[in-house]
Design a protein around this ligand. Structure first.
Ligand code: SF4
Length: 342
């Protein structure tokens, strides 16, 4: 059975090429076509002998996904709805802001964590993406990007990256490698809903990637309502793992905090947040809630966001506010796929 060539490591492809009677250097050339020239067909690989291209066609898929639709927001955000062979849909987004061109990737079809503010979780989990399918997303995003260039990659699309740890890390290594997409590790962010084993495992990888943790509430009762994962891994367990991560890696952690009106946006919440983060090398990214169809949660006012931010900053915490991008094209994670399936 044919497999996605992007699931294959460079060494393994080199062995295969040699086994077929060709010099090993062709494996690097093939990788260059896949990850630097963003090829979608083996026939386009013009410096590969045609007999070797035929072998590749017989044994591998060059890409396992197809673009079903591209949506472009008035703010320039592009959202790609990608169709897998199994006729499932995943989403990937391209967000341009100043000098950054960020690709936002999905790691699973659906998600089993059911966060209240997220469309991806509302339809449940279907399956993990392979590393090759994750890398397909990067190829398509690059093909849509200005000058076919991505400066940053974030795992913030559909799915929980640490619930598909092996495939995500395999993809990260190729995104980072000089024979892959060659995007610096510090420009790759893995965002988790808070899986302590995943955080501890990442700490041991000796990779310079960024870790972002979706916090969204500062007490267990509220967090469990917004993020059911908190029932399994309450705040004390989560923060024990984050503390170990910071100690082992000496790296800063970003906390994502979706501000929802009437739920977690009071100054009492900001006070508890400050206490929770005391002494930790971290920053906070406030995200004004972007309403999704299936949810009754409400967006906060601009004044509220300013007040929350100011409160934390005056207490020495670095705070950014993420602009909501692509609202007119359902760019919040899982919204497009949900619309497609409705
Ligand atoms: S926010 Fe992330 S972890 Fe939570 S349901 Fe959505 S995709 Fe899953």
């Amino acid at each position: 059975m044919k497999t996605n060539i992007k699931n294959v490591a460079l060494e393994e492809l080199g062995d295969r090429v040699v086994q077929w009677g060709y010099p090993r250097f062709h494996a690097r050339q093939i990788f260059s076509w896949l990850y630097q020239k963003n090829a979608l067909e083996f026939m386009d690989m013009s410096n590969i002998p045609s007999s070797l291209r035929s072998k590749l066609i017989d044994n591998y898929h060059c890409s396992e996904t197809k673009v079903a639709e591209i949506f472009e927001s008035s703010d320039g955000t592009k959202k790609l709805l990608l169709a897998l062979y199994e006729n499932e849909r995943i989403e990937a987004a391209l967000i341009s802001a100043e000098k950054r061109i960020t690709g936002c990737l999905s790691s699973q079809v659906g998600c089993r964590f059911s966060c209240a503010f997220c469309a991806s979780g509302s339809k449940g989990f279907t399956r993990n993406l392979s590393s090759g399918q994750i890398l397909d997303e990067v190829v398509y995003l690059k093909r849509c990007a200005p000058k076919r260039l991505l400066t940053h990659v974030v795992f913030m699309g559909m799915g929980e990256p640490f619930d598909n740890y092996e495939n995500v890390l395999k993809a990260v290594r190729i995104i980072n490698a000089d024979y892959g997409f060659h995007i610096g590790a510090r420009r790759i962010t893995i965002s988790t809903c808070g899986i302590p084993e995943g955080i501890r495992r990442l700490a041991r990888e000796n990779l310079q990637v960024e870790l972002s943790v979706s916090l969204h509430a500062v007490d267990d009762a509220t967090r469990s309502k917004l993020m059911p994962v908190n029932r399994k891994y309450p705040l004390n367990e989560l923060f024990a793992a984050i503390g170990e991560y910071v100690k082992t890696t000496n790296r800063q952690v970003t906390f994502e905090y979706v501000v929802v009106d009437g739920i977690n946006n009071g100054l009492n919440d900001a006070t508890k947040l400050q206490t929770l983060l005391k002494g930790l090398n971290c920053k906070v990214n406030l995200i004004p809630y972007n309403p999704v169809e299936a949810s009754r949660l409400k967006a906060p006012s601009l004044g509220n966001i300013k007040e929350f931010k100011g409160f934390l900053e005056r207490r020495g915490i670095t705070v950014t506010v993420r602009k909501s991008r692509g609202q007119d094209i359902d760019a919040a994670c899982g919204q497009l796929r949900m619309r497609y399936e409705n």
